[in-house]
Design a protein around this ligand. Structure first.
Ligand code: F3P
Ligand code: MN
Ligand code: MN
Ligand code: MN
Length: 542
């Protein structure tokens, strides 16, 4: 008998999506936005003190509006970076904030800036100032997530600051003044998921609300951030409407009722990876490829028999529509869905760029299906691989290499290139992003997967090979996630790939950290994720 996973239908139907119509499409809001933007720009140019500059850049980034002021910010940081060479004593907050912002922008800055804060034994000094310096501790904690592999002082910094912040957060008699409330808000938010692991739009929406409560908040900046968010949201809505029409046209969920219909969630992933207007094609492409991959994953994990899956894997490998006649009807549908999607994307690309990317796209679908099939064979032979053997396959089967390869060809950078230097081998940044997503996905989805029958995931593989408890195995997987983040931080600094692609790859890992933080939000549609998606895509900020 076939397995079944009883997936729930999509939370949002076609008509609802098509009915979305935000008032922020009106021209007058664009004009208002221009006026406010120039106000913010002149404010930005007036700030002189270095710490104030860094603080403002941090706020602009968290509000999600920094992309409007790229040049101004770059100039400011160039100056700060050059001044930084003339060492002057700064407090913990200033040092950590500067370290974080400069690293975020790819400047090479050493962890030596933290040496000032160690005592003679080499531990971080408790109490940096007269009253407890929680702001500085928070900044150190956030900075520690930008560590590269081998920077042990940053591990120390993280452990040290975590302990203090947890104590602060547990305090019941927090002071009642505004500034402390704002700080408490930031600390709790950071303890939940640090900034470096947060997906951009998601963070901005939260921060816009938090920023409102800051004592020194700037009302024009707040208004600008809201308006910019709401106008971008109308662009995102248009894109979702377009992709949902495409999804309806190809009609997969109707024909394949065993599988998850996750178009909106899939678009949400795409939007989490980039949000700027010029990356529209990347977002819609990601929405399409992710919805398709979710269905094909269920074909392999849930519905197909081993024999069918072998036929299907071979058909994808041959990539020849003339040879699929012998496949069962439902597999033909899957085959043509992938085949037609790839052809459409490749011919759009050919029109703009003149290069044929079909071979690249075919390859990633082949790789994905082969990795799915390897897992199916493991399942049917009740084989539990070692963690190492599992991961070798599972960073492909998480579909991130598939998603990122498609996204690579869907960014403006690629349209403009005559020569396509895309390597057959997946680059390191793809592998790190994929590994992080695989591990955190396993942490949150392995219970469901084992219940309905699936291959052993990383937790089980590690428990099986080392004989430890489930709790210990979880700790191990979490520490692997941490290590992979450090590798990715380094690769993001050194890679020669286009910066926007690096950003998209890192944002994908960030989306995973958020989507799988405490549940499997791609699959299980609990009220929390429904609310979250609604507020990010459907409802303007008020
Ligand atoms: C392929 C799937 C997912 C995992 C990856 C999805 C992303 C990054 C959008 C959603 F559809 O689910 P699942 O947990 O079943 O994947 P798995 O590889 O564990 O079967
Ligand atoms: Mn699955
Ligand atoms: Mn799977
Ligand atoms: Mn999973």
């Amino acid at each position: 008998p076939r397995r079944s996973a009883n997936f729930k239908p999509s939370s949002w139907n076609y008509d609802y999506i098509q009915s979305l119509n935000s008032k922020y499409k009106e021209g007058k809001y664009k004009e208002q936005r221009e006026v406010l933007m120039e106000k913010v720009r002149s404010m930005l140019c007036k700030v002189e003190n270095e710490l104030d500059q860094l603080d403002l850049i941090d706020v602009l980034q968290r509000l999600g509006v920094a992309y409007n002021f790229k040049n101004e910010i770059r100039n400011m940081l160039d100056n700060i970076y050059n001044m930084n060479k003339s060492k002057n004593m700064k407090d913990l907050h200033a040092s950590a904030l500067e370290f974080r912002i400069l690293r975020q922008h790819g400047y090479h800055i050493s962890t030596d800036v933290f040496l000032n804060f160690l005592d003679v034994r080499g531990d971080f000094k408790e109490c940096q100032s007269m009253d407890d310096d929680f702001k500085g501790t928070l900044s150190l904690y956030e900075a520690s997530f930008y560590a590269l592999e081998g920077e042990t002082i940053m591990n120390q910094g993280r452990d040290f600051s975590l302990k203090i912040l947890e104590k602060y957060s547990a305090r019941t008699n927090k002071n009642d003044d505004d500034d402390n409330n704002y700080l408490s808000l930031l600390i709790d938010h950071s303890l939940e998921i640090p900034l470096q692991w947060r997906a951009p739009r998601w963070e901005s929406q939260w921060f816009i609300n938090a920023y409102q409560t800051r004592k020194t908040m700037n009302p024009s900046l707040l208004d600008f951030a809201k308006l910019d968010f709401n106008i971008l949201q109308t662009i995102h809505q248009d894109e979702l409407q377009y992709t949902s029409r495409w999804w309806r046209r190809i009609g997969l969920p109707k024909q394949l009722n065993f599988a998850r219909d996750r178009l909106v969630e899939s678009y949400f992933w795409g939007m989490g990876m980039s949000f700027e207007p010029d990356l529209e094609f990347s977002r819609t492409t990601l929405a399409k490829v992710t919805s398709l991959a979710t269905i094909i994953d269920d074909l392999y994990d849930v519905y197909g028999t081993l024999e069918e899956l072998q036929l299907f894997t071979e058909a994808i490998d041959r990539w020849d529509p003339k040879t699929v006649d012998s496949l069962p009807e439902y597999l033909k549908i899957c085959f043509f869905a992938i085949h037609d999607f790839v052809n459409e994307l490749a011919s759009e690309f050919l029109k703009i760029n003149g290069n044929n990317i079909t071979p690249h796209l075919k390859k990633v679908w082949r790789d994905l299906c082969k990795s799915y099939f390897t897992e199916a064979k493991w399942y049917y032979s009740r084989y539990t691989p070692s963690l190492e053997e599992y991961i070798q396959n599972a960073w492909i089967s998480i579909a991130i290499p598939l998603m990122l390869t498609h996204s690579y060809f869907a960014i403006p950078y690629s349209f403009k290139r005559d020569e396509l230097s895309y390597s057959e081998e997946y680059c390191d940044i793809i592998q790190f992003s994929a590994t992080i997503t695989r591990l955190i996905n396993d942490l949150r989805s392995h219970k469901r997967e084992n219940e309905f029958g699936d291959v052993p995931k990383s937790i089980q593989c590690y428990m099986n090979e080392s004989g430890v408890s489930e709790a210990k195995a979880q700790e191990h997987i979490k520490s692997m996630i941490n290590t992979t983040w450090k590798k990715m931080n380094k690769e993001a600094q050194n890679s020669s790939l286009p910066p926007i692609f690096i950003e998209i790859a890192v944002n994908l890992a960030r989306m995973s950290m958020c989507m799988y933080h405490d549940r499997d939000a791609h699959t299980v549609q609990d009220p929390q994720i429904k609310r979250c998606i609604s507020s990010l895509i459907f409802h303007p900020i008020t």
